[in-house]
Design a binder for this molecule. Structure first.
Ligand SMILES: [Zn+2]
Length: 463
């Protein structure tokens, strides 16, 4: 029904998107000139001092330390602040508002999930994330609405349905659900049960049909999930090769939810390019990752001692037992990552309300700096994320016009302007000191003064 959908989109855009955004998208060919800024380019620790950056349309046209003639450009005097690439979160779940996965499976309609997705998308953008990779649950709908300017949000790389085995980490159905019975999430293509190669091929291809730009496969289990030990090794070598085969048919890649070393090694050997969580990372894995040109993204909140205090963990004896054994098994991750660094992207993995995710996002940023320092954390939040996004390849990359995560000529104009220097005071990226028991932080961080995505300014508090 194309006519009614189009009408709905127009009506929604009038209601939801401020006219300034629609207008700004109309004017997207125009130029914006940032002057008097120090540029963190997403890669180098040394900022480009006293620079000017000219944006034309949705791309960065020129970067210069010799001044740029403004011509007809709108000039923004950065006042000696730091200009950085927009941040990239490589592992979000825009469509999973919580409170728990089983409750969403049992009680959420598509409207509940979509409305939360809209709120969640806007929240990520206002926390400085101009690109997110959705690690399961989101098909192409949110991305389409964001790209059309109907709603506000980051660029989205959707994975569509989680692919996972019966009883594994993508199985959210209730305890008595018969094998093969459709679930709420399977009807919405948010999670699909795959128990053999044929299932993997069928649902993997269906994911691309539904707008995925890459595939997500669940090897390991979880801590608070119902049926699966975190040590689970789901996915036979043939199934892993099948999911990689489907992705390569589309010129894209697979991300795998992998905790145990055995899971990580078998994923890499099957051709998986992005290891999610990867808690048992070690130097042997690092070497194999280098050989396979693979990436790892890890939610550092998993190493927080406060994890054992979460009600969802400590109120369920089985979960508490799992959490304790996981905590004990993951202790070497940080030391191993420091000793044998691998290409590591930023990853929050929040499943929950916008309020809860705001807090978790800010805390994840803080932990990144605590564990790895400002420069490495900023690289993980910018250029590494851009490299991961680019693995979707020429055919499936939803944003193929320019690079992401870098300030370079020809890159997308996804830009933040931060008070101070994040390489010296990381808090200006919008960190939070607490996770559980933290006060709500609904506002976009004050130190993020400008948020530009695709050449459009979504926040500007300079005036
Ligand atoms: Zn996740």
């Amino acid at each position: 029904m194309p006519i009614s959908i189009k009408t709905a989109v127009v009506a929604a855009s009038v209601a939801l998107a401020p006219l300034s955004i629609a207008q700004a998208q109309e004017d997207a060919r125009q130029q914006v000139l940032f002057t008097n800024v120090h540029v963190f380019d997403g890669i180098n620790e040394a900022r480009i001092e006293n620079a000017s950056v000219l944006v034309e349309g949705n791309l960065i046209k020129t970067i210069s330390t010799d001044g740029i003639s403004p011509g007809t450009a709108t000039v923004i005097d950065g006042g000696g602040r730091t200009l950085t690439p927009g941040f990239i979160d490589n592992h979000v779940h825009l469509m999973l508002p919580g409170p728990t996965l089983p409750s969403m499976e049992a009680n959420s309609t598509w409207e509940d999930l979509a409305i939360s997705g809209v709120a969640s998308a806007e929240m990520y953008l206002m926390q400085g994330f101009t690109t997110v990779r959705d690690a399961g649950g989101a098909n192409a709908g949110l991305q389409r609405a964001i790209n059309a300017g109907t709603i506000i949000g980051p660029r989205v790389y959707p994975s569509a349905a989680f692919l996972g085995s019966r009883g594994g980490h993508a199985d959210f159905a209730n305890y008595t659900a018969p094998v093969g019975a459709p679930s709420n999430f399977s009807r919405l293509n948010m999670a699909q049960e795959v128990d053999n190669v044929a299932d993997v091929l069928k649902f993997g291809r269906n994911n691309f049909r539904m707008g995925a730009s890459q595939l997500k496969f669940m090897q390991s289990g979880g801590v608070v999930s119902a049926f699966d030990p975190w040590q689970l090794l789901a996915g036979s070598p043939a199934e892993l090769e099948a999911v990689v085969q489907v992705a390569s048919e589309y010129g894209s890649y697979v991300m795998a939810h992998s905790y145990r070393k055995e899971a990580i090694m078998s994923a890499l050997n099957a051709g998986v390019r992005s290891i999610e969580h990867g808690f048992q990372f070690d130097c042997e894995i690092s070497a194999l990752m280098a050989e396979k040109d693979a990436y790892i993204t890890t939610n550092l909140t998993a190493f927080d001692p406060g994890l054992l205090d979460i009600p969802a963990v400590n109120s369920v004896p089985a979960s508490l037992r799992k959490a304790k054994s996981a905590t004990a098994a993951f202790t070497d991750y940080l030391d191993n990552m420091r000793e044998c660094p691998a290409k590591r992207g930023h990853h929050t993995d929040c499943v929950g309300s916008v309020d809860a995710c705001n807090i978790q996002i800010a805390y994840e940023k803080k932990l990144a700096n605590d564990f790895f320092g400002a420069h490495t954390s900023l690289v993980a939040m910018t250029s590494v994320g851009g490299e991961i996004a680019a693995m979707t390849g020429d055919f499936m990359n939803p944003y193929p016009e320019g690079k992401l995560g870098v300030i370079e000529e020809g890159a997308y104009a996804d830009i933040l302007l931060l008070d101070g220097n994040p390489l010296e005071d990381f808090s200006v990226v919008g960190t939070g000191d607490k996770w559980f028991g933290a006060d709500p932080r609904p506002e976009s961080p004050k130190s993020i003064r400008i948020i530009m995505k695709d050449g459009v300014i979504y926040k500007n508090t300079l005036n």
